[in-house]
Design a protein around this ligand. Structure first.
Ligand SMILES: *[C@@H]1O[C@H](CO)[C@@H](O)[C@H](O)[C@H]1NC(C)=O
Ligand SMILES: *[C@@H]1O[C@H](CO)[C@@H](O)[C@H](O)[C@H]1NC(C)=O
Ligand SMILES: *[C@@H]1O[C@H](CO)[C@@H](O)[C@H](O)[C@H]1NC(C)=O
Length: 371
């Protein structure tokens, strides 16, 4: 009697183990990344727009292996954080840019990238670049993709795939300050009539609506990057003629104020939208840590752009064929006047994937994938 009980238990265990293996095989890795945002994660959408903000010129992409070092529209020398996260979590291919003509059919199952250089939460942000795809339109585009996924997988599998095996990452907000609120010419009216509080209120209420629309389209696993230390980028340091270890106060103050509100917004959405997980990526503190302790991470400078021109930090003219180029790209925190190098992106991505709650909360991205 005792013996047969044991055998039943053993068979049960073996069965459980086999079911577990089968599940693991089916859910191995991340299915899709749907990437929204600005030039920090644009993988080529602006190549298809008559925009003044473009990165499809050399030497951008010089270290991007998948293109053999040719520019792709990424605003860095290699991979963006979005690329690295997808790769590390087991997504078989990079998310393709939504506006690329061959982003159709089964290829969309690896995810789609909607990010656009110059884009912001507000529609009016980035006007200076003439064309860019703002966040409202990026969500409209996902609504189109959503219908295509129904066609490829059938409606019930599609819903499951989007809810369980897809991560929605959103990196936006910097341009709402840099290329809107803080821009002297275009927004002087808005800045006089709108206090920082009122402007940030406006950003948060628009962002709430945009995230809620994604939820309505079955997005459940979200990661939202906060706004980085804008006052520490080479562009700001150059135009304000700062010392290497100084940062401009106002942009950082605005970023911190917005980030506090963003954190509250995500907690509110976690409570109010059943089944959702909104993860807060503390990019501000991560980048600040890299900038402050750059030598500890193997960099030789956190103030000078590797590729750019103008002033003490090569921080005025964006990276292009006539820019000066540094000799060791992996030793600069900043690739150009605005954007981190691939070496910095790798360190940032690793902290988001496996880091602790100082930098990514309430869970890291590996946990979010398996959640
Ligand atoms: C089109 O798709 C192929 C493979 O799916 C890819 O290698 C190529 O880079 C894509 N072209 C563009 C312009 O995105
Ligand atoms: C944003 O701008 C686009 C045109 O670029 C327009 O179609 C859309 O209605 C605007 N959205 C809002 C919320 O104003
Ligand atoms: C998606 O598009 C359809 C029209 O095709 C529209 O009725 C619906 O409101 C849109 N959903 C969202 C969340 O924007």
């Amino acid at each position: 009697m005792m013996k047969s009980c044991n055998i039943v238990a053993l068979v049960g265990l073996v069965l459980l183990f086999m079911i577990h293996l089968a599940n693991a095989a089916e859910n191995k890795g991340l299915g899709a990344s749907f990437i929204f945002g600005d030039s920090l994660v644009d993988s080529g959408n602006n190549n298809y727009l008559p925009s003044l903000s473009k990165a499809n010129i050399v030497p951008n992409g010089i270290d991007f292996k998948a293109s053999g070092g040719k520019p792709t529209g990424r605003y860095t020398n290699g991979r963006t954080i979005g690329d690295i996260v997808g790769e590390e979590l087991g997504q078989p291919n990079y998310a393709l840019p939504y506006l690329a003509p061959n982003t159709t059919g089964k290829s969309i199952l690896y995810g789609v990238n909607y990010a656009s250089g110059g884009a912001g939460i507000l529609n009016s942000t980035g006007r200076i670049f003439v064309n860019r795809v703002g966040m409202d339109i990026q969500v409209d585009f996902f609504n189109q993709t959503r219908k295509q996924i129904d066609k490829v997988l059938g409606p019930s599998k599609a819903k499951e795939y989007i809810m369980k095996r897809s991560i929605f990452s959103i990196t936006i907000g910097s341009n709402d300050f840099l290329n809107n609120y803080l821009l002297p010419v275009l927004s002087i009216g808005a800045r006089i009539s709108e206090s920082p509080d009122a402007f940030i209120d406006d950003l948060i209420s628009h962002f709430r609506a945009q995230l809620t629309r994604l939820y309505q389209l079955d997005a459940r696993k979200f990661v939202i990057g906060n706004v980085g230390p804008l006052g520490c980028i080479p562009y700001q340091k150059t135009i304000n003629q700062l010392n290497p270890d100084e940062c401009v106060e106002l942009p950082n103050k605005l970023a911190l104020q917005y980030n506090g509100r963003l954190k509250d917004l995500l907690a509110e959405l976690n409570d109010n939208l059943p089944g959702s997980t909104f993860v807060y990526a503390n990019v501000y503190d991560l980048v600040k840590e890299l900038i402050t302790n750059y030598d500890k991470y193997g960099f030789t400078t956190a103030s000078k752009a590797c590729c750019g021109n103008g002033g003490q930090y090569a921080g005025i003219v964006p990276c292009g064929p006539t820019s000066s180029l540094c000799s060791d790209r992996s030793m600069h925190v900043f690739w150009d006047p605005y954007h981190p190098s691939e070496a910095a992106n790798l360190l940032l991505a690793k902290k988001l994937i496996d880091g602790d709650t100082r930098f990514i909360s309430p869970m890291n991205l590996r946990q979010l994938r398996d959640h």
